[in-house]
Design a binder for this molecule. Structure first.
Ligand SMILES: C[S@@+](CC[C@H](N)C(=O)[O-])C[C@H]1O[C@@H](n2cnc3c(N)ncnc32)[C@H](O)[C@@H]1O
Length: 260
């Protein structure tokens, strides 16, 4: 898709640079240990974008892979791997069907990337592929919006914000115009990145589609795939914040254990 934010990896990276990746990786490691994965020797980040999470794991001597469908993004993340000489690599592939060179202990899919699986068939195929690439007892952690967001009961997240770096101003509008197709359960909107640098303004616009996925639906698809069982749920990237409907629980983080 021309002008997709994923084709502009530096802008994408700046747009989401408010996140604390070190803290997130501490959480993922702790939550995986609580779900029974005592040691993480290898991992994969699915729909990795610039690979912030897989690169942070790699810095901690975990052999780490990234999988991304967008060639520009995969190339960019690989360049960052190469610059730091990190263990692992980035694979340009579709996370509905991919094959790593060896099974890994942990898979993660962060920041609602899972919602880019638009149909039940996509999700079940994805679960099968992830399970095939996990070691026995391996853990798959998925970060999703809280159901309050999904069902628009109350918004937990912003879809317009601004960032700045080295004189470049970036305004992000992440599909604030989105309209829901209630039959397909898909939100369709426009992602708009506006940059201003040296008095010159540029606009990058592209359509974005994301699935609305509630917990009951997700559980049914996990059961349909037959490959995983739920091993933990959190409402934030914090092991002390269990998943519930309080304000502080603002994400839906699901840990799945591969069935033996
Ligand atoms: C919202 S970004 C998230 C990137 C990263 N996980 C993060 O947290 O910053 C979604 C990424 O998923 C990738 N993607 C979308 N569909 C995909 C698919 N079917 N297979 C693999 N990657 C996909 C996009 O190219 C993009 O880089």
């Amino acid at each position: 898709m021309p002008n997709s934010p994923y084709q502009h990896p530096e802008l994408y990276e700046l747009a989401f640079s408010w996140r604390n990746y070190k803290k997130a990786v501490d959480f993922i490691s702790e939550a995986a240990a609580l779900a029974g994965l005592a040691e993480i020797r290898s991992m994969v980040e699915l729909g990795c974008g610039p690979g912030q999470y897989c690169r942070e794991f790699a810095r901690r001597s975990v052999v780490s892979y990234g999988v991304d469908l967008c060639p520009e993004m995969a190339l960019y993340a690989q360049k960052l791997y190469d610059e730091e000489k990190l263990p692992g690599y980035v694979l340009e592939a579709d996370f509905r069907r991919f094959k790593l060179e060896q099974p890994v202990d942990l898979a993660v899919c962060m920041m609602a990337t899972f919602n880019l699986l638009l149909t039940n068939e996509d999700v079940v195929s994805h679960f099968g592929s992830v399970a095939d690439n996990l070691t026995g007892g391996g853990i798959y952690l998925i970060e999703l919006p809280h159901p309050r967001d999904t069902f628009r009961a109350d918004s937990c997240t912003e879809n317009k914000w601004e960032m700045e770096k080295d004189g470049l101003k970036l305004s992000i509008d992440w599909a604030s115009d989105s309209v829901t197709d209630p039959i397909a359960e898909i939100d369709r909107g426009t992602v708009r990145l506006t940059t201003t640098e040296d008095g010159v303004t540029r606009i990058f616009e592209s359509p974005e589609a994301a699935r609305r996925l509630g917990l009951g639906h997700l559980k049914a698809l996990i059961d349909q795939s037959g490959r995983f069982e739920i091993a933990g749920m959190y409402g934030d990237l914090d092991v002390n914040r269990l998943f519930d409907n309080t304000k502080k629980s603002w994400r839906m983080i699901v840990l799945l254990r591969k069935r033996r």
